[in-house]
Design a protein around this ligand. Structure first.
Ligand SMILES: [Fe+2]
Length: 286
């Protein structure tokens, strides 16, 4: 029997990301296809597929396969209840602008993989914007690298307020979880070093005076979020993006409650175990 054709990857930017074409959503995928996709995922940090018709279980399968943990993904524990939507009741981040972040950066075991699938978007809708923290570390100027060497940063949920907060979707958390990690963090799967800070959740450089900490973080953010290094995706129905949540950060411009429908199904893995008072509540910055 003829072997199925292998998918083809095309770089989205010089720094990160790849669009995959020629992909057939079978289950299980053959070993060669898995290897091709995993290799591109590890090297590029983000995969874009267009025009897919997939259910929640398949989204879980593909996302966890890419981090070599499909055997741990029980769809019963990753319920089909997680949507980013301005129209669907009880969705996350229903409105507002989101500053750059890695989801659950405040956790000791943050999401390793994150994905969004466009279920219902009334095109055109607000895009999602990405940057590569791996590329940011690789291109970090020597003087900045020397200043962060050996330092850790404190990350917390729902407490950090910095920069322009216009339209920002502020979250509040009753008992915010937090963690410290090296600023030059070794990626647990790829071994790459990543610039592991984000404007939304990084509170301070541990052990540094507040002014010095904020000044240093400001320089690191300017490098990490350089506009020329950003890539934005304008969603169409059937688009699927799967990204490495540590290596790649995401953000979005303002989404309005009364704007065009924008419903994205979210799958993340692994899920941190949190009590109700550690979960975010959404409020407007206005
Ligand atoms: Fe997010």
């Amino acid at each position: 029997m003829a072997q199925p054709a292998q998918p083809v990857a095309r770089d989205l930017t010089p720094a990160f990301g790849a669009e995959i074409t020629g992909f057939e959503p079978r289950k299980p995928l053959d070993a060669e296809t898995c290897n091709v996709l995993r290799d591109v995922f590890d090297r590029r940090g983000l995969l874009l597929f267009r025009g897919l018709d997939i259910d929640h279980a398949y989204q879980v399968y593909l996302a966890t396969m890419l981090i070599r943990k499909a055997h741990l993904a029980d769809t019963a524990t990753i319920a089909d209840t997680f949507y980013i939507s301005n129209e669907r009741p009880n969705s996350a981040a229903p409105f507002g602008r989101l500053q750059f972040h890695s989801d659950t950066m405040w956790s000791d075991n943050p999401f390793e993989v994150l994905s969004l699938y466009a279920v219902n978007v009334d095109e055109p809708v607000v895009p999602t914007t990405y940057v590569s923290a791996t590329y940011a570390w690789a291109t970090l100027p020597d003087d900045l690298r020397a200043r962060v060497d050996g330092h850790e940063a404190l990350h917390t949920a729902g407490e950090v307020r910095r920069g322009d907060l216009t339209d920002v979707d502020l979250t509040t958390v009753e008992r915010p979880p937090s963690t410290t990690m090296p600023i030059g963090r070794r990626h647990p799967r790829t071994g790459d070093t990543i610039l592991y800070i984000c404007e939304q959740m990084t509170k301070e450089v541990v052990g540094m005076a507040p002014d010095d900490s904020e000044r240093l973080l400001g320089k690191l953010f300017a490098h990490l979020y350089d506009r020329s290094k950003q890539w934005s995706h304008h969603w169409c129905n059937g688009d699927l993006i799967i990204w490495d949540n540590a290596a790649v950060q995401h953000a979005r411009p303002n989404v309005r409650n009364d704007g065009p429908a924008r419903t994205l199904r979210k799958v993340a893995f692994p899920i941190p175990q949190l009590s109700r008072d550690q979960l975010p509540a959404y409020e407007s910055a206005e």
